[in-house]
Design a protein around this ligand. Sequence first.
Ligand code: UD2
Ligand code: MN
Length: 581
Amino acid sequence: LRNQDDGEIPTVKTSSERHHTSTSESTVASRENTSGLKPFNWSPQWQKQQETVRYNDDDVPVHVVEELDVTTMPRDPDAPGENGEGIIDDDLEKVEEAFKIASFNQHVSDQISIERSLPDVRAEGCNASLVGDDLPTTSVIICFCEESWSTLLRTVHSVINRSPPRLIKEVILVDDASSRDHLKKKLDDYMTRFPQVKIIHLPERAGLIRARLRGAAIATGEVLTFLDSHVECAVGWLEPLLDRIRLNRRAVVCPSIDVIEMRTFRYSSSGHMTRGGFDWRMHFRWNTVPDYEMARRKTEKAPIRSPTMAGGLFSIHKMFFEELGQYDPGLEIWGGENLELSFKTWMCGGTLEILPCSRVGHIFRQSQPYRFPGGGMQTVQRNSLRVVQVWMDENHRKAFYAVNPELKYMNISYGDVGERRQLRERLGCKSFQWYLDTVYKEMRVPDLTFQASGELRNLGLNLCLDTLGNTEGSLALYPCHGLGDRQSFLYNWENHLRHEELCLVPYFPPPEEDRPAELHIDWCEGQDEKLIWKHTRKGKIMHVQTSLCLDVTDDKRRPILTECRKTSRTQRWKFLKYFDK
Ligand code: UD2
Ligand code: MN
């Protein structure tokens, strides 16, 4: 497997260098363009003809150009949800019910056409771009577990409607042992209308990582394109992805993931300014594209090099996926695989990019409609540990454990990683430090000189400080779960109390409300004096500027600041781990 071209400027083979053997090629319209590049923007909405795949008597797929039934088009532009509009749903009872089942507003989804139109939110110039006319074919792999009917159908229809048929070798649906009725025979029957769709029903829950591997195992396209089961592919989404891989078979490419708002189903652009990163708890993060990457790119539509991918939506050459050892099959259910693939793509000779010309909307949910047999947080932590153990260098592993001391104490078994380490060795991959220095320059390895870290326990009440997932605003007290994460804090030598990159600060309600100061989580920048806390041997945590002590409300639910008292049960706090300077 060699890169055809590592450079930034596409070099293009002309069509005369290729051989056309299959009959299908001759049915593709407009082959006059001898430059080898052609416009793409495929959409049947704009065509009177559609190319579809049929099977002949020998079961060989052939491409047929059909006249479309133009009387059904154009569609009603005022139908609900068209052009990616949202719907305000007043039936709160139905909405609540829908969220319970689907973790998003299935009630609204059901009102919207499964072939609704979407706005074209691509970066400037995309719609006039050209791609090579010898693009590789792809298998689209969509795994699902308990997916709703209308969102799954909308996903499949958007793939089929907005992709040139000759590029889609097949669409593989992998049902990860779902229990919902419509995902069984009803789905099989429905999909018979699409001969290119194959369905695998897994008898036992495999988790999304191993489900994807099952799909990849039967894929016959040159490129694998993975999608979540609640997406909408927009016009021209596929060609830019395949074109990058045509130029460099070690390019792993992601569409820009737009947002389908989970309450209204409004489709909105995520812009052209974000890329993937991670934090030291091994959570994926969206970051603004840093200046050095902006400077390297000459146009808004140029690919964005990204340290990591979100995980669900990307294309990769099948041979490169195999060369990289696919996914670690030891990863369970959900999580970690996105960082695994991102790290090794960069470290083992590939590139990872987000393409502002390729747009796919995704429903970002706050919870999942499926269960985690081994517990949600435990599963994700175990997966993260495997990735950390294999792909990080010694000093980064240390940093990871320092930020997440709970993981060390919990002694989570992450299984055998010997084989995965051998893979890294065998491929001659670069170091993790090289990766950080080269593609994630703004990432700081945490300075390991904190005074204390881990859960912050109130000794009087035996409850722990908890962010409840808030990234700003108030904090709470909650039974200690020992899993770290939202209960993990740091106390550094600058005497700041931190949670991830955020700081703990007092918040003073307006005087007329006559309430004590609360403890809030907020940005650290520009707060200076307000950030300093003194933690004494006896367990007090004093806010230096105001001389108030960290305490708890009478209902034991929220942290507050009160006058420091000589003896007070609720003013005593203890971190999980203390360090010497
Ligand atoms: C993100 C990714 C997701 C995956 C995950 C980390 C995007 C848009 N989504 O979470 O693809 O990388 O991070 O692991 O980047 N599924 C199964 N079996 C399971 C669990 C899930 O088939 O046991 C399916 C599920 O129906 C969905 C896909 O896998 O189609 C991803 O799951 P998700 O949508 O719950 O994950 P998400 O988007 O929160
Ligand atoms: Mn998803």
